[in-house]
Design a binder for this molecule. Structure first.
Ligand SMILES: [Zn+2]
Ligand SMILES: [Zn+2]
Length: 372
């Protein structure tokens, strides 16, 4: 066993070794960058049938396109960055700083002031330095900076395609400002809803996007068409129909109809419209306000998603005779509302008025069904 003293010594060695290793790697990166620029200026990559030097590097040197492009950019401008180069040699800044420096020099041309930026690079992490350089670019040439940002807006793209199973595939690009607005709206909704929330970040972001589209409170205008049998979840009932979607399950319709903010059309078995959205089952505006005042936020234990992002859940669904009185309603955020309906969780009120949750029983294979 090691004595405490020895542990300290070995930790110190580890620290020193990491710093030294990174320094050697950074110097190797500089050497690589120089040769990458030389290579890019040649036509060797063309002879090899590559579309560009970066593409050749990407494939043959196992690099990302960004890393390959950074190497070429640094190599091309290295001779104009003597102080930055020296700072890497001295271990005062890293190759990551140098890449940002090269990009800035490239963008600013004659207005680039290396001395000023090297000092900043020494004092800041590469990430922070990246921001500082952007400020410097704006300060030196606000017109070009604004033009670049305007161009980024022109490059906005959002592609939506539907998969065979009806899922929606989303891919796109937003400019920094548009992207920031999007993240500002999305991120509060993508936070974990409590200790029990085991969704990973990507799942939470996707859930947040849907929540954002639903529009929080009561603005949603999703048109659904369902038969009463479907809503009641009777065996043999067809699925319900929803605009832009494949047919949806009765569980989903039960949830959509529960938060009566969704424009809905119910058909009886003869396909005659019997209920078009607004009816006495809709929670009235005063009723909704009273509910928000009473519950404040989602009532799921441990969740504090605000009222404006929650639905009015009927403890006894109106389809089973539940009323829209306050004692039959609780606020649930959209995720927990989903868990109660589609997710088969149960929510029961304890003797002390607190809500208790019961997870679904896991069954394998087709769920057992009685002779109903
Ligand atoms: Zn509900
Ligand atoms: Zn919740």
């Amino acid at each position: 066993m090691l004595a405490t003293q020895d542990v300290y010594v070995s930790n110190d060695l580890l620290r020193e070794r990491l710093i030294q290793r990174r320094r050697v790697i950074d110097l190797q990166e500089v050497a690589f960058a120089r040769e990458a620029a030389e290579f890019a200026a040649s036509d060797v990559w063309d002879e090899d049938g590559s579309v560009s030097a970066i593409d050749w590097l990407r494939f043959n040197c196992h690099m990302t396109a960004g890393a390959a492009a950074n190497a070429v950019a640094v190599g091309e401008i290295l001779d104009q960055l003597p102080e930055s180069h020296q700072a890497v040699v001295d271990g005062e800044i890293g190759f990551a700083h140098l890449a940002v420096m090269a990009r800035t020099a490239e963008a600013l041309g004659e207005r680039f002031d290396e001395r000023l930026l090297v000092e900043k690079a020494k004092e800041n992490s590469p990430g922070k330095f990246f921001y500082i350089c952007h400020h410097a670019r704006h300060a030196a040439d606000p017109k070009t900076y604004a033009a670049e940002q305007a161009e980024q807006v022109e490059q906005r793209k959002l592609k939506l395609s539907t998969w065979m199973d009806g899922s929606l595939l989303i891919s796109g690009v937003l400019d920094p400002v548009g992207g920031a607005a999007f993240r500002t709206a999305l991120e509060p909704l993508a936070r974990k809803t409590g200790a029990h929330d085991d969704r990973d970040l990507e799942r939470r972001q996707a859930d947040a996007l849907v929540e954002l589209a639903i529009g929080g409170g009561s603005q949603a205008q999703i048109q659904v068409t369902s038969s009463l049998e479907t809503l009641l979840g009777l065996a043999g009932a067809p699925a319900a129909e929803m605009e832009f979607s494949l047919p949806v399950s009765s569980k989903t319709i039960e949830r959509l109809a529960c938060d009566s903010s969704i424009a809905r059309v119910l058909l009886d078995s003869e396909s005659v419209v019997i209920d078009v959205g607004r009816s006495k089952r809709v929670v009235s505006e005063p009723g909704r306000r009273a509910l928000k005042a009473r519950d404040g936020s989602c009532r799921w234990p441990g969740c504090d998603r605000p009222a404006s992002w929650s639905a009015a859940h009927h403890v006894v669904h109106w389809i089973h005779g539940g009323t829209t009185d306050l004692d039959n309603l609780i606020l649930l955020c959209h995720r927990h509302h989903w868990m109660v309906h589609e997710g088969n969780w149960q929510l029961v009120r304890g003797d002390d008025g607190r809500m208790l949750t019961i997870p679904p029983t896991v069954t394998f294979g087709p769920s057992p069904r009685g002779p109903d």
